[in-house]
Design a protein around this ligand. Structure first.
Ligand code: NAD
Length: 454
């Protein structure tokens, strides 16, 4: 077994050492999960629901602890981390309603009675990235468990602490051993084993498009179910008829929240030429008021980047770009990078086309609605986006034209646990959250009962 050092990105100090699970440990955990499945799937629906509600209550009681752990491990601001822990509670509570409502259908047929059953798949492997360690874990494990599956979950190498704590809280809530197992480890070891082990019947992967493609190809070997939530290069379109002050005030949080390490980050800003100068002046003021600082402070809007290597990758994009203006950030230890606005020389500039995953906003102008839609769709990604307009016809027209799974009109909101979330094109496959997420964790079984003619 090898050890990894978990580092606080705001101070660059080691906060804990964590043992990484190896291949044998992964196989043993998958086999335990397969045994636990036989009990968990047959638990009375009301009992499974009650255990999930207890788990949600325990998460609720531990929100401050979980939030502080995330601040230390991932550099999230205390405001964000508190929301994220609350989101885990909400998601578990929401899906706790599923066991008693996992309806099949009675379909009229000739000569008998036809019933469908929604049956669990078995062991589900959930692979989580480092950018939102808590919510993304829960979006996978909560509907999976509710439908009667058992889960093995691999957090990202650099951010394992909150997922490990959630695993402990699940046990404390009375969820049996083996039903939710958190396995800190390497993607190439633990994550890869989820793909290749025949007892894992589904893989839920959130992460880069590059790794997601490999996971999908690997799952094809065993015709294994897969849900993919991948990258994004999302457009924020500001039309001249919009409330320009509101659009400019909201733009920084739309891209710089979580230091831009958000698959839904609105990192491409498209502004109609007629209002470009006014908008940019208001945006500069808003960016200078966006506080990058100590993530433990309630005053901070964003913290550091997750690792030194990631900061270097973000810095390389900015070094090659034309910076319009930037905010400030702390100096000294920690992986800091200021909120930065760049103006690409052309629509093919790397800062405008590639997912930087940092606090970098790339701004261009457009002249017509058709041009704005064409620019927004000129990407292989299709996760989220925003548009700002006071014209309802335009809002509907453009919303229907943008090739992305999650759009907001006059806001940057992407994620609600009660509504579906996921990407078009190379941003993903399948949907998480919302009322239908559980369908992705069940097989439909059709049973026909022959009856005698009356
Ligand atoms: P990543 O693809 O490097 O890693 C994601 C996870 O996959 C990690 O747990 C990693 O250990 C694991 N992994 C790596 N190689 C693997 C392999 N060969 N087999 C199995 N597992 C493997 O991504 P990251 O850098 O951690 O996260 C950032 C990316 O995640 C960004 O591209 C971002 O857009 C994306 N993301 C998408 C969403 C979404 O919902 N669409 C949400 C958050 C992040």
């Amino acid at each position: 077994m090898s050890i990894t050092q978990v580092i606080n990105p705001a101070t660059a100090e080691v906060i804990r050492e964590v043992e990484l699970v190896d291949r044998e440990g992964t196989d043993a955990a998958i086999e335990r999960a397969a045994r636990a499945f036989e009990t968990w799937r047959h638990l009375a629906p009301a009992d499974r629901a009650r255990l999930l509600r207890r788990f949600a209550d325990l998460v609720d009681a531990h929100i401050p602890e979980l939030a502080e752990l995330e601040v230390a491990n991932a550099g999230h601001t205390i405001g964000n981390a508190t929301w994220e822990a609350g989101n885990v509670r909400d998601v578990v509570e929401y899906y706790a309603a599923v066991p008693e409502r996992l309806f099949g259908r009675q379909i009229p047929v000739d000569g008998g009675v036809n019933i469908t059953f929604a049956e669990p798949l078995g062991v589900v492997g959930v692979i989580v990235p480092w950018n939102f360690p808590m919510p993304i874990a829960a979006w996978g494990f909560a509907p999976a468990l509710a439908a009667g599956n058992t889960v093995v979950l691999k957090p990202a190498e650099v951010t394992p602490l909150t997922a490990m704590r959630l695993g402990e809280l699940a046990l404390e809530a009375g969820i049996p051993e083996g039903v939710l197992t958190v396995l800190p480890g390497k993607g190439s070891v633990v994550g890869d084993r989820f793909v290749t082990h025949p007892l894992v019947r589904k893989v839920v992967f959130t992460g880069s498009t590059e790794v997601g493609k490999r996971i999908m190809a690997g799952c094809a070997e065993q015709v294994k179910n897969v849900t993919l939530e991948l990258g994004g290069k999302n457009a924020n379109i500001v039309f001249a008829d919009a409330d320009i002050a509101a659009a400019a005030a909201a733009a920084p949080a739309g891209v710089f929240d979580n230091a831009g390490q958000d698959c839904c980050s609105r990192s491409r800003l498209l502004v109609e030429s007629a209002v470009y100068d006014d908008f940019m002046a208001a945006l500069e003021t808003a960016v200078s008021g966006f506080v990058c600082g100590d993530p433990r402070s309630a005053e901070s809007d964003m913290g550091p980047l997750v690792t030194a290597a990631h900061r270097d990758s973000v810095a390389a994009y900015v070094d090659a770009a034309e910076v319009a203006f930037a905010g400030t950030c702390p100096t000294g230890p920690g992986f800091w990078f200021p909120p930065t606005v760049v103006t690409p020389p052309g629509l093919d500039a790397p800062d405008f086309t590639e997912e930087i995953f940092g606090p970098v906003l790339s701004v261009v102008r457009f002249d017509t609605e058709a041009q704005a839609v064409a620019i927004a769709n000129d990407t292989e990604y299709g996760l989220s986006g925003s548009l700002w307009t006071r014209d309802l016809d335009r809002a509907l027209r453009v919303s229907r034209s943008i090739e992305a799974g999650n759009l907001s009109v006059n806001s940057h909101s992407s994620v609600r646990y009660a509504t579906p979330f996921g990407g078009y094109k190379q941003s993903g496959l399948g949907r998480e959250l919302g009322p239908d997420a559980v369908d992705a964790f069940t097989e439909t079984k059709n049973v026909f009962f022959a009856t005698q003619a009356i």
